[in-house]
Design a binder for this molecule. Structure first.
Ligand code: NAP
Length: 247
C-alpha cells in the first residue's frame, strides 16, 4: 500500500466533473477523511458512492479567478491539512464559435490554459512544501493532434498538457508529482448530445486508468490505454488523411 491507494484528503478543482466524481469513488477507502469539491457555484453537490463518514465540502472556485488561486489552496490546507490528491478537472469544450470568434476562443483559453497553469502552480507550491502529493491533470487526446473541427479546444488541451508534463519534471525530487491523463471521448455532461468517437468510454473507465496509474506512479495515462498506440500513428499520418478522418 502507498499513500495514493489510501488518500486522506482529496481536492477536486471543477467539483461537478463527472470524470472527477468517478475517480473519487474509485479512490474511496476507509482512510479517506475529506473531499473538497471546488466549483463555480460553491453550493452543495451530491457525491454518490462515498461513505457517509467522509466529510464532503463544497467551496466556490473559478478557474478564471487567477489572483485568488494561491489563497484558495492555502485556505483548503488550513482547514483540512495536507492534500494527498488534487484532481484538476475543470474545463470547457466551447461551441463551434470558438473556432472563428476571437473573444470566445480567448475565453476558452482563459479557463482551459490560464486557469490550469495558475491553479496548477498554486497546488504545486503546496505539494512541494508538503513533500508529497499528486496533481492529477485531466488533459485530452484532443491536444495530441488538433482536429480541424475543434482545433481551438485541442490547442487549449495541448497547452494544459505541456504545462502539466513540464511541471511534473520540475517537481522531480520534491516528493510531489503530476500525473497527466489523456482520455479520448468520454460519455459525460461535457459530451452530451455529441456523436461518439471510436474508443469512447465512460467516466468509470477513466477512473480505473487513473487509479492504476497512481498505484504504478505513472506520469502519463491514456484512457482507454489503447489510445496511446492509436495516437502514435494518428499524430504522424499525412494531413490529408487526418482531415479525412475528421470529416
Ligand atoms: N468528456 C470528455 O470526452 C473528455 C475527454 C478528454 C478530456 N476531458 C477533460 O476532462 C475534464 C472533465 O470533463 P468531464 O467530462 O468530467 O466534463 P464535465 O462533467 O462537464 O466537467 C467539467 C467541469 O468544468 C467546470 N468548469 C467549467 N468552467 C469552469 C471555470 N471557469 N471554473 C471552474 N470550473 C469550471 C464545469 O463546472 P460548472 O458546473 O460550473 O459548469 C464542469 O463541471 C475537462 O478538463 C475535459 O476537458 C473530457
Amino acid at each position: 500500500m502507498n499513500a495514493f491507494d489510501q488518500p486522506q484528503n482529496i481536492l477536486v478543482l471543477g467539483g461537478r466533473s463527472d470524470i472527477a466524481h468517478a475517480i473519487v469513488r474509485q479512490l474511496a477507502s476507509p482512510a479517506l477523511r475529506s473531499v473538497v469539491l471546488a466549483h463555480r457555484g460553491g453550493d452543495t453537490i451530491e457525491l454518490n458512492g462515498v461513505d457517509d463518514s467522509v466529510a464532503v465540502q463544497c467551496v466556490p472556485f473559478d478557474a478564471t479567478d487567477r489572483t485568488a488561486h494561491a489563497a484558495f489552496v492555502d485556505g483548503i490546507v488550513a482547514e483540512h491539512g495536507d492534500i494527498d490528491i488534487v484532481i484538476q478537472a475543470f474545463g470547457q469544450l466551447g461551441g463551434p464559435e470558438v473556432n472563428t470568434d476571437p473573444t470566445a476562443a480567448g475565453d476558452l483559453v482563459d479557463v482551459n490554459v490560464a486557469g490550469a497553469v495558475s491553479s496548477g502552480l498554486a497546488v504545486a507550491a503546496q505539494l512541494r512544501t508538503q513533500g508529497h502529493g499528486v496533481l492529477v491533470v485531466l488533459s485530452s487526446v484532443a491536444g495530441v493532434r488538433t482536429r480541424p473541427s475543434n482545433f481551438v479546444y485541442g490547442a487549449t488541451k495541448a497547452g494544459q498538457d505541456a504545462f502539466a508534463t513540464g511541471l511534473g519534471h520540475a517537481l522531480a525530487g520534491s516528493g510531489a508529482r503530476v500525473m497527466t491523463v489523456r482520455p479520448g471521448f468520454v460519455r459525460s455532461t461535457m459530451t452530451e448530445g455529441l456523436n461518439e468517437a471510436p474508443f469512447s468510454c465512460d467516466p468509470g473507465d477513466v477512473a480505473d486508468a487513473v487509479v492504476a496509474g497512481l498505484r504504478n506512479r505513472k506520469s502519463v495515462v491514456w484512457a482507454p490505454g489503447v489510445l496511446r498506440y492509436v495516437f502514435a500513428v494518428l499524430r504522424v499520418v499525412p494531413g490529408f488523411v487526418w482531415r479525412k478522418l475528421d470529416s
